[in-house]
Write a protein that binds this ligand. Structure first.
Ligand SMILES: NCCC[C@H](NC(=O)CCN)C(=O)O
Length: 419
């Protein structure tokens, strides 16, 4: 155990951790109600108005929180507690907990973002409850809960970074529902791409030769990408849909639209995959005579800048609660997606952990939607919140640990950005 702040013994820190756990358990009912309220009203990216309202109300009803609704984004919020403790002039240690709450089209909370909101809120209540019960907290602490919308589409955290929402935070935590408990996954960098082909309509039977077929362009592009995949590095991903391919069989389509995600392990590799994909889309335009427009998403999602120091502290705390983390060997088998937390990890040291919710269903399926709304998920969600809260207390009371977190972050960022 790293050395603690003066006047705090390891036993006292352990008692604080147990106090945080009790506070989370005591709030279990209201936390479950919050989570199910969000789960029952799935809302898409940037449209999470009911979820935003539920979370703002939740923290407004909890004593001691300063709550800002519509914080920098219409459906983002910020709830802060502190600074408290320590002595005037002491450095404040600001711990951030992130809440996601956007759903997926047609299948609701199939990624369990209602549980992400719950686990962030729960961990924050736990830390605040433990520190608030002290007659005098020897460290100057602040807890910040940030509601970060639109992870599934657009990247609300990236908008919030650009708006300065993460300034002054020392460490951030969030946890994402999964099939396993793991402190880190090598989530991929990602960019959205919308491709629009414009051709010329004509009667498909009477005089097709007068048409310029935008659906042909879409099909050629799709097939170009399908053969390109053999030449991509194994971790790279290109996948997408044809959103529009025509209106009637007897009208040569004059418009088609495709929506694709391009992914690479490092965000520095995104330009390379973009270049390869663009050739596939532009050559299809050339072959058919269509005009083509390529429109990239407004935000590039970064890969996660991992912090092993923080991950290990989280794992140590989680194991005391019975969490069985998967081994590193199995880590290679974890399916990877992308998250705008990656961008956050390049401005603040943090961890984006994954947690089992009592089901082996797969994310982005209707089965997972059911699992995310099931009572069974509550035990695992609160347990994860306790592990996060305990790790936050380690950071607050072990200056040496916080320094190692910061040193690793600075070194990893320098290494990553120097390629
Ligand atoms: N265009 C961004 C897509 C993000 C999405 N994220 C996840 O699925 C993580 C879990 N919510 C993705 O497709 O990776």
């Amino acid at each position: 155990m790293s050395s603690l702040v003066p006047d705090v013994s390891p036993e006292q820190l352990q008692q604080l951790k147990e106090s945080a756990g009790r506070c989370i358990d005591e709030a279990g009912d209201v936390l479950s109600l919050l989570s199910s309220e969000i789960w029952r009203c799935p809302e898409l990216a940037y449209q999470e108005e009911k979820a935003h309202e539920a979370l703002v109300r939740f923290f407004s009803q909890q004593p001691g929180w300063t709550v800002q609704g519509h914080y920098l984004l219409n459906t983002a919020f910020r709830a802060t507690w502190g600074p408290m403790g320590g002595r005037e002039g002491d450095n404040v240690v600001n711990i951030g907990f992130l809440c996601e709450y956007d759903a997926l089209p047609g299948i609701g909370h199939a990624c369990g973002h209602n549980l992400i909101a719950e686990v962030g809120a729960a961990a924050a209540l736990g830390v605040k409850g433990a520190l608030g019960a002290l007659s005098h907290c020897p460290v100057r602490a602040k807890v910040t809960v940030l509601g970060t919308p639109a992870e599934e589409d657009g990247g609300g955290k990236i908008d919030l970074i650009q708006a300065g929402a993460f300034e002054g935070m020392d460490v951030v935590f969030m946890a994402h529902p999964s099939q396993e408990d793991v402190a880190y996954c090598a989530d991929l960098a990602e960019i959205d791409l919308t491709v629009k082909y414009h051709g010329k309509a004509s009667h498909a039977a009477a005089y097709p030769w007068k048409g310029i077929n935008a659906l042909d362009a879409a099909v050629l592009a799709y097939n170009n990408l399908s053969v390109l995949r053999q030449q991509l590095k194994p971790e790279w991903r290109i996948h997408g849909i044809i959103k529009h391919g025509g209106v009637k069989p007897n009208i040569i389509p004059d418009y088609s639209e495709l929506f694709f995600y391009l992914r690479t392990p490092k965000h520095q590799d995104l330009p390379h995959i973009k270049e390869k994909a663009e050739k596939c889309f532009r050559s299809a335009a050339m072959a058919t005579g269509c005009q083509v427009n390529l429109e990239y998403g407004k935000n590039e999602f970064y890969n996660i800048l991992r912090n092993i120091t923080l991950e290990r502290a989280y794992e140590e705390n989680g194991k005391t609660l019975g969490i069985e983390f998967i081994t590193n060997e199995k880590l290679q088998e974890i399916p990877l997606g992308s998250t705008d937390f990656g961008n956050v990890s390049f401005v603040v040291p943090g961890i984006h952990t994954y947690f089992y919710i009592g089901s082996n269903a797969l994310n982005h399926t209707e089965e997972y939607t059911a699992a995310a709304g099931a009572e069974k998920a509550q035990f695992y969600t609160l347990r994860t919140a306790k592990a996060m809260a305990m790790t936050a207390l380690d950071v607050l009371f072990c200056p040496e640990l916080l320094q190692r977190v910061r040193d690793e972050y600075a070194e990893a960022k320098l290494k990553e950005e120097s390629g």
